[in-house]
Design a protein around this ligand. Sequence first.
Ligand code: DGJ
Length: 732
Amino acid sequence: MISYNEKERIFHIYNKKISYYMHVNFEGAVETLYFGKFLPSLYNIDAIRKGDIDNNSSQYFDMNLEREFTHPDIYKEGIARNEISSHGGRDKRGAPIIISQKNGAFETDFRYFSFEIVEGLPVYSDIPYVRENGVKATTLRICYKERRRAVLVYENITILEDKDIVIKNFEIVNKSNEIVPITRAFSMQLDLPDNQYKIHHFPGRWAYEREHRVNDLVEGVQEVFSNKGRSSHEENPFVFLSENEATNTYGRVIGFNLVYSGNFMFRTYTDMLMGCHILYGIGDEDFRWMLNPKETFITPQAVIAYSEEGIDKMSQEFHSLIKEHIVPPEIDKIKKPLLFNSWEGCTFTFNTESMLSYVDDSTKIGSELFVLDDGWFGKRDDDTSGLGDWVLNENKINLQAVIDRCHKHGMKFGIWFEPEMVNPDSDLYRDYPQYALGDRKLPLTPHRHQFLLDFANQEVVDNIFHQMELILDKYPIDYIKWDNNRVTNEHFSNALDAEHQGEVYHRLMLGYYNLISRLRKKYPNIFFEGCASGGGRFDLGTLFYCPQIWASDETDPICRMFIQYNTSIGYPLSTIGSHVSNSKMTCYKTKAILALFGTYGLEMNPNVLTESEIEELCEIGDVYRKYHQEVIGNGTLYHLKSPQETNAMCMQSVSKDKSKSIVIYMNKFKEQQQYRFIKLKGLDEEKLYRNSLDNEVFSGAYYQEVGLNLSRKVLYEFDCELIILEEVGGEI
Ligand code: DGJ
């Protein structure tokens, strides 16, 4: 999995499918030689290295001898592909790490020092990480030393035995006796020898998260980033490059994601030789970490997936990584209960009686977990007050009675929190105004009438932990929806001195991770779902604690089909929080089929459903109970028709043993009859399957080569088909 050729100073990181080669040159730089499909050997590495240069090595001026020299190696700094570019010298493509020198200079130059190969993956206590989870993993740890300061950098590159994925990050260690300011601490650099790629990213806005945008990788710099203090609605940390000719099933694709929930920066730079220099990590806007002597700064892990077989193969690699190595492992073992959420049905307007009637009526549509959303605490009848006061509003709701009623029906009970926020109209703010983020000498920017709590201050995190403890110790709560409804504007902490204000954005994330991991430790049976005004924090950092995330506040199924389809390119369906809602668009059955291609849940006023609506919901509820976990939750997903590119959205999920498959086909605009053969994927060619569309039996090969036949039918606006295929015995 990792070998070192001592004579040629070459590392080879590999599994059966991929290879990553690098070379330690005589200048002490680590050159990236190759990243791609498995290659047993690189033969003559100078041929590759020379390809990068115009045959001259770099020159340097020796200050002692007062003469110019040429490096003996063919290495040309600033042009050769590197694992860590230097900063402030010849290399102008962008360094992944920048520190300040003692004299204030910015020059940063890390040179190779040593290496070790270790079994397993790094494990971190303060930040989320890729879990080993019983799979063979090997990590190359290259140690670099800064040329002027006593600062070391460890570059970790991990390869998993069974995935076309490498995981990279840096650890920066201050070996000196002085504080070292770090002004950039990205997680990785990857230099590719060409730029013939398109860049795919997922910008959006509230209620329209993750559009799939594709741009040419142009010359110069392109950045995909968030400076909102969270991974954001506006961009997502999942980004990928596809070879110009690549499709869903063909061509070279390289995907990137970051195990982090805060500001990020994905930056490509196409240099004069048309190589592509990629940097990825924590956003460096207003970032300055004062690293104390003997301390280490750990950058979040970047995950890189490589596919030779198009976009879907990359998606599947990310999906299995997330399911097996990111979300809490115990989640796999439980069958997720069918969730009912109160929010869209009544928002803040409820009392004990109305909530009890919600509980009762939700049972008619199959609810197994009843979630009371916002409005149960403090003074909270609208969004202008109450955040920060996690005390039950007894005048409004008898929580115990609601929980008892849930239990009487055999249902679990869940509740909503927004732990990182405070309303100025709250007891917490009145008592501790300094707990709000921002310099109070100036006007602060409210958003949804609320401020961010200063989670860079451990005292604030502890305060919220203790308040939540009181609720969680008193009431039997099985589920928490963890919301976060504003971006970070004034990123000033009243608890930090001037020197440390550059740490605020990252410290807010450390506070978030600290609180949620303490709660998960103390209440291991509580299931957490992430949320941030819908999908404003849909990222691998949050998924480490919350196995699912509410994908969007947009529950109109027509908009949702784009959001869910696009989100599922980077994230498995089992993580994409999706509910059947009140929305007036389409019938309940269509909304339910769509929600099935996500986590599936219900969110409406259950008191006003008609008999036929209840019937539709029960029908799909049965499908959920019978098939969801095996076929959708743990299945392999194929994207068959993109709603962005065609008049329909079509996805197919296949159970691991290939005995069952479920297809969704959702039409956009009315379409007259025409041939419509949907060629399926991932089935066993030899097996026979009965399909629920026409009840016929065909072989897997037939479905894949001829296709499911949806032809000759007029499809009306937003018509939606759910087709279930089940293996039947017998010979072809
Ligand atoms: C935003 C969430 O996305 C909604 O689902 C709901 O929980 C509200 N917040 C409650 O304030």
